[in-house]
Design a protein around this ligand. Structure first.
Ligand code: NAD
Length: 479
């Protein structure tokens, strides 16, 4: 049992109230630690520490800030196995995934923004009457709020640019998966960050999260999470004109044309639907297949889905672990029931997976494929965020686009075709912040990342995140 502590002003401290709540291991359905139930008083301490640290951190040369971020990345890498195991236990994700994706990407995030710190700069403007330049200056005390699906990956993705650009940070991981952020907090002093530059607050969204959005001493919030929460944060922040970046939900289409390269496409659609038990904002949960190959694809896809290795997340062979919590499992199962009511035919899966032994009370759901649903039904419109994919046939490019674009979301899409001109046309006309051609979730951290419509406001990625966390000042003199 581990009691997690807040990290404020370089020290680990319990919440002022002394209150904690359970941290549950979703693969076994039992508590294995406790999380601070932090509130406004804890936040006050963190904001004070961050404010005091800001002037010196702002004036620290970018190279030095970069060196500290790179050192933190090295410290994580040196503990890869420890972090991967902790992430797997906290989330229910396969340790294979945590070891190969979550944790290496977390240190890669820190390194990407260590690089960005060294190269990020303003612009020059030369005119006949004037010469100007812009300065990019840190905002001050900023906050990051992140979700449970990719805990350390998204925690570092948001924290790194804030620090690289010279801000002091209050970072709040999800209360459902706080462990790796706590482990990271144990490395911050060793990496050499001055006290108060990095502050990590644990607790519930409705209490400490909401307090962060209301606090007058916090000038910007970078949020990743659900759309409803994003709307809440946006409206709270509006009252104080806080700067806000919102990375929200998705209902992403995977669009497969008859000429697509077969094996690569089936594998890509499968990874897109079920990676991390379907709990990735980028997951392709609506699979649109051209009518000419619909039956052939369905057969191959269902067979592949049935062969996914479901198991104990700590087992090396497991590729499909537990969903993150009991309430989330129930939500996903509720959507499967809804799909049936809406006329959906379950082709495979559709149930809670009962496990034997250690995981007998775990929150496992079978990878599920459903067909026979209309594009406009709730199952095809609302984000389920679990191992549930629907199959829909389409006749041609126009119909594919109409279905793809007909949801309130616009985060990511993947298009599978060997026709380059068609791929280009689709990329132009799909309403989403990201379009992958013949691949899924191929990420270049330098590129802008974010969603349209209800999937968010703003973009992350190397340059964009550095822009978000800085104020631009224009300095002009006559020629
Ligand atoms: P969530 O919105 O419930 O919680 C996210 C974070 O916000 C948590 O830290 C939570 O404590 C906090 N929070 C909750 N209520 C709050 C409030 N009123 N004020 C301030 N903070 C609050 O989301 P979740 O269930 O943890 O994550 C799943 C969601 O995240 C999905 O919708 C998924 O699509 C989305 N997501 C988006 C991206 C992206 O990049 N667009 C990436 C990953 C996940």
């Amino acid at each position: 049992m581990t009691d997690i502590l807040n990290f404020i002003g370089g020290e680990h401290i319990a919440p002022v109230s002394g209150q904690f709540f359970d941290n549950i291991d979703p693969a076994i359905g039992k508590p294995y630690g406790r999380v601070p139930d932090s509130g406004e008083k804890d936040l006050e301490l963190a904001v004070r520490a961050a404010k005091n640290a800001f002037p010196a951190w702002r004036d620290t040369p970018a190279e030095q800030r970069a060196a500290l971020l790179a050192r933190l990345a090295d410290l994580i890498d040196a503990r890869l196995e420890e972090f991967a195991r902790a992430e797997s236990i906290d989330t229910g994700k396969p340790i294979w995934l945590a070891r190969n994706v979550d944790i290496p990407r977390s240190s890669a995030n820190l390194r990407a923004f260590a690089d960005a710190a060294k190269t990020f700069s303003g612009q020059r403007f030369e005119k006949k009457e004037s010469q100007s330049y812009t300065l990019r200056q840190p905002i001050g005390v900023v906050a990051t709020i992140s979700p449970w699906n990719l805990p350390l990956l998204l925690f570092t993705w948001k924290m790194a640019p804030a620090l690289a650009s010279g801000n002091c940070v209050i970072a709040k991981p999800s209360e459902v998966t706080p462990m790796t952020a706590y482990m990271l907090s144990q490395l911050v002093n060793e990496a050499g960050f001055p006290q108060g530059v990095v502050n990590i607050m644990h607790g519930r969204g409705a209490t400490i999260g909401a307090a962060i959005t209301r606090h007058l001493g916090i000038a910007a919030i970078s949020f990743t999470g659900g759309t409803a929460t994003g709307i809440d944060i946006y409206s709270n922040a509006a009252k104080q004109l806080k700067k806000v970046s919102l990375e929200l939900g998705g209902k992403n289409p995977t669009i497969i044309f008859a000429d697509a390269e077969w094996e690569k496409t089936v594998e890509g659609a499968l990874a897109g639907a079920f990676t991390n038990q379907g709990q990735v904002c980028l997951c392709g949960s609506r699979i649109l297949v051209q009518a000419a190959i619909y039956d052939k694809f369905k057969e191959a896809f269902v067979a592949k889905t049935r062969s996914i290795a479901i198991g104990d997340p700590l087992d090396e062979a497991t590729r499909h672990g537990a969903t993150v919590s009991q309430p989330h499992m129930e939500k996903v199962l509720g959507y499967i029931a809804l799909a049936k009511e809406e006329g959906g035919k379950i082709l495979t899966g559709g149930k809670r997976k009962m496990m034997a032994g250690r995981c007998q009370d775990g929150y496992f759901i079978e990878p599920t494929v459903i067909e026979n649903l209309s594009p406009g039904c709730r199952t095809n419109q609302e984000e389920i965020f679990g191992p549930v994919a629907t199959l829909m046939p389409f006749a041609d490019e126009n119909e594919a686009l109409a279905i793809a674009n007909a949801t309130p979301y616009g985060l990511a899409a993947s298009v599978w075709t060997q026709d380059k001109a068609r791929a280009t046309r689709m990329a132009q006309r799909i309403d989403s912040g990201i379009v992958w051609l013949n691949c899924w979730n191929l990420r270049d951290l330098d590129t802008p990342f974010g969603g349209m419509k209800k999937s968010g406001i703003g973009r992350e990625g190397k340059q964009r995140a550095m822009e978000f966390f800085t104020e631009e000042k224009t300095v002009t003199a006559p020629r």
